[in-house]
Each structure stands twice: as structure tokens, then as C-alpha cells.
Design a protein around this ligand. Sequence first.
Ligand code: SF4
Length: 382
Amino acid sequence: MAVLDLGVKPSSEGSSDAGSRRLSPAAARGLVYDAAVKAETDHLYEIVRHVISPLEWPAYAPLIAAINRLKKERDAVILAHNYMTAEIFNCVGDFRGDSLGLAREAAKVSAKVIVQGGVHFMAETSKILSPDKTVLIPSLKAGCSLAASITGADVRLIKARYPGLPVVTYVNTTAEVKAESDICCTSSNAIQVVETIAKEWGVDQVIMLPDEYLAKNVAAQTGIKIISWKGKCEVHERFTADDIAEIRASHPGAIILAHPECPPEVVAASDFTGSTGAMSDYVEDYKPQKVVLITECSMSDNVAVANPDVEFIKPCNLCPHMKVITLEAIYDALKEMRYEVEVDPDIAARAKQAVDAMLAIPPAPAGKFDPTRHVPDSLELI
Ligand code: SF4
């Protein structure tokens, strides 16, 4: 196992399954689907029956019931990212959404314990915004290819090479990288943040790290010259313009929504580009007959739960990091209060300034990607 340097306590991850590999995850933990569990969870099955079959449910329900009981005992909440599987997102998640939404909830929540249904950089952000709370990440393997692409030392070198330019850092980065930045952004507010910081600093050029494709897509919307880094999301970089053409040929009339971490040619071939939150809003607002979400696979199931009349075509790219967050990992995290995420106080204080600078910018429709707006972009990659 590649153990990330996450500032977490040493692990015995997966030990609950040792010696009981032939049992289901629930049974291996002494949890069964009985009449009491059925009564406790039937109302939750009604929510997800569109995407989880009756045959699968008895495997999930005992863990869901146990997690919801443990949450009360521990005074805990679960922040569920849009890429969590449907049983986590809908049945144990207390707050659901994209990175920005969860970061805001983490700042407001009164519970003593936060369990991050997402990857490590998100848990760090929760800890940065809620330093007095216990923040748990259910698996030490929940990293991110994008976050791993750049270090704080890299950012210091970039700043030395381009003095006087603001550094905008995507939230999909470590606390150490955020600490070296002037402001953070998410995929939902990237355009808005870049335009705001360029105006505030009186510059026509910004450093935007570390996602090459997000930077290029933002440059194409704003005309602001962007210096970026060759980081990529291993889920979104796999989509191609040929994939989009194939989907259009085999599913005529389908509306294609793409995430801005996708390559620019994918964005150009799609009908709409936006964050996970913006894609979800698009489906809610326009109720297309057929839709394709060019993003992580679980997102389609989660949006489908709220939109049962919309047909979802699912080109399935899974994030291996998100997918290590399972019901059993969440159960073990709450039962054993593991793995606690710590952030060095000095790094946390500096990272918080960058996150707070982002949160201080009010959401605005102008921050959305506009499919009709394509200006010649200027991108320099380091
Ligand atoms: S989907 Fe991409 S950006 Fe998100 S956690 Fe996975 S690798 Fe990182």
C-alpha cells in the first residue's frame, strides 16, 4: 500500500476483514439484515431503489443502519462528495455536494466529528476550516492524482520564477500547497476567482495550479493569460473528443455535460461545461430526456436518484481513490475513530487564508462556463 504522508495516525487498515474474507463486509463485522434493520432502512431504500437492486440492498442495509446509529453516538456527520457511491451519498451522507459546498458545510457544522466521504485533500480542508473538530478519513488510500502532482516546494519555486503574480490554487491540492497560495478555487468558481484576483491585483496574468486542463478551459473563457502546471485528474483526462462523437452517434439527442477537468477538445465537443454542482443543477433545471455526465461514474447514479424520469447514459470512468471509501470503511472509521487527519497549525493557518479568500467571493452566475464564449486562450505550462 502506498501510504500517503497525510499527517494521520498509523494504520491497520482493512484489519477488520482479516481472517473473514469469505464473508460479506457486513457479516464480517457481525451485522445482519434482520427485521429490525429492514424497518430502520426501508425508507432509505425508497430513495435509492432506482439505482440499487433489491438483491443488493440486504448487503448494504446492515452497514447503513449501524453507521447511522454510530453517527448519533459519536456526534458525527458525514460529508458525502458527489463521487461517492449511491448507498453512501444518499443513505449515510448528512451533507452532499461538490468540494466547495462541502467545504462550506464543514465550516458551519456543529458536530464534534466529521467523517469525510471523499478524498484526503477534502478532509484536510475540513480540518483547516474546523480545527477543533475530529476529522476522519475512512481510508488512507483516498489520495488524488491531481493533488499528488505538485508540492509546496514546487509552488515556492514557481513564485520565485514569476514574482508579483497571484497564485490561484485548485482545492484539489494538499494543505501544504494551499498554504503557498493567495486564493483557492473550485471547478464551480474557477472563472470567477481568476477574474476577481486579476482585477484586485491589477494584472492580466495569473498562476493557476495544478490542473492543466482546468487552467486551459478557464483561459479560454476569460482571456486572462494563465501560467499553469501539468497536473491532471486521472478520471477526466481519459475522456476524448472521439468518445463524445461516439456517444452522439449511438445516443442521438442526448445532452452532453462535461466537467472542466476534461481536455479542452472534450469541453468544446460537449453541450455544457460545469462543476459537479453545475451539472446537477443543469439536469434539475432542464430535465433533458437523455443526458450524459462526462465525469466520475457514481455522479450519474446520484443525480439519477433525484431525477428518475431522466435517462442517464453512463460512460463509466471510476476514480480509484474515491472508490476506497466504502460503507465498511466508514463503519470502521466511526467504530474505531480512525484515521484522524491532522494538519500542521502553521500550514493550516496559511491554507485557511487562501480558502477564506475563496469563500469570501459570493457565488455568481457569471462564474459559470459559457458554451458560447470562447476567447483565444493563452496558457504557459511549467
Ligand atoms: S476524480 Fe480526479 S480530481 Fe477527483 S479525487 Fe479522483 S483523481 Fe482526484
